[in-house]
Design a protein around this ligand. Structure first.
Ligand SMILES: [Zn+2]
Length: 365
């Protein structure tokens, strides 16, 4: 434990004194962790000993350790399980010394957070957000994303934020399709737009996709994903339309506040002719389970328009929170019944679902 703590604090000389590798391969095995931790924040690490197995016959032991890291100064990010390691220890006189790193499966929980895909992570700490990228990432792009996040987080937080995670969001920059695919295995509760997605307390930006956007949309897309992180604690079980509507509303608000062309409702009025809004509101799946790109596009716009109506006419952001709280807990694949939705609108907003729909449609006509 002391040994790993020393490495986590980047005290390599003291760590060197605690090792006793016999072969060159053993020495090399230990350097892997040194290199990995060199990219991690100093002083932001916590080491937990999970189990230790002692073999009395040859005076060796195997210790299982978990290393957690936390980014940024106050407010710091949530703890992230950065690595799990198995170390072989050797009794040397009275002291246990580290002989080799015998970790078999790389990473542990790492992969879920994207760390293992980052050969050597670099991080950029801002006042309210931290950007984590691989060493090959474009420095200017990483700093641009950090500037947007630092400017956006205080406002998003004061308006929508809840829970610890949103106090310092972590934004991972994903550099290649393959890296993205590996990260995308985490499907649970994932909310995505083409250039980014949010999972748990983390925001991911798919850089090749992000680079295709114009500079204005590059900014507002980051705001959109940060809004998901901020609202996760009270929207995690909500209809997909409410989850996306709030993020779209916040994205649009950023654009207006920064004199960027607002998100266009396009021909949403025409689209409404063939759509029953309540069927969208019943769903909890990514993209509402729609296959048609145009349909997905309009479902996002409908979500935003409905949220706009609720905020403007039926009680502001507090009404959104009440609405989320008024809905029963339902599984993702189960979704909500029409009765669930109607009852929640009535009790949280004091108006019927149908009235909010018709106000929204009339506004866009
Ligand atoms: Zn979204």
């Amino acid at each position: 434990m002391t040994y790993v703590r020393l490495i986590a604090r980047h005290h390599y000389d003291s760590a060197e004194a605690a090792i006793l590798p016999c072969s060159r391969a053993e020495k090399r095995s230990l350097l892997g962790l040194w290199k990995f931790m060199a990219g991690m924040p100093v002083g932001g690490a916590r080491v937990n000993a999970d189990t230790t197995r002692i073999n009395r016959q040859d005076a060796t032991a195997t210790a299982q350790l978990s290393i957690f890291v936390r980014f940024g100064h106050d407010p710091a990010s949530v703890w992230v399980k950065a690595a799990t390691r198995s170390l072989k220890l050797q009794l040397h006189g009275e002291r246990w010394l580290v002989a080799a790193d015998v970790t078999r499966a790389a990473g542990g929980d790492l992969a879920a957070y994207g760390f293992s895909s980052f050969s050597r992570p670099v991080f950029y700490d801002g006042s309210r957000a931290t950007v984590v990228a691989s060493a090959g990432a474009d420095d200017a792009e990483a700093r641009f994303i950090l500037r947007v996040a630092d400017a956006a987080v205080p406002e998003i937080w004061s308006r929508l934020g809840d829970g610890k995670a949103a106090r310092r969001p972590l934004i991972f920059l994903v550099e290649s399709k393959r890296q993205g695919e590996r990260l995308a295995h985490i499907d649970l509760g994932k909310v995505r737009t083409p250039a980014g997605w949010q999972y748990s307390a983390f925001t991911y930006v798919d850089m090749p996709e992000w680079e295709q956007l114009d500079e204005d949309s590059q900014q507002s897309m980051v705001v959109h994903e940060l809004a998901h992180v901020a609202t996760r604690s009270w929207l995690s079980g909500a209809p997909h339309s409410l989850v996306e509507g709030v993020a779209m509303y916040e994205e649009d608000r950023w654009r207006r506040d920064h004199r960027i062309w607002p998100i266009s409702y396009d021909r949403l009025g025409d689209f409404y002719a063939g759509v029953d809004s309540i069927q969208l509101w019943q769903r909890r799946w990514s993209d509402w389970g729609l296959r048609n790109l145009l349909g997905i596009h309009y479902a996002y716009l409908d979500a935003m328009a409905m949220v706009q109506t609720i905020v403007d006419r039926h009680g502001g952001v507090d009404a959104l929170r009440r609405l989320a709280a008024a809905l029963p807990r339902r599984g993702v694949s189960q979704g909500f019944s029409q009765n669930d939705i109607r009852a929640a609108f009535l009790s949280a907003l004091g108006v019927s679902f149908e009235q909010v729909v018709s106000e929204t449609r009339n506004r866009l006509r």
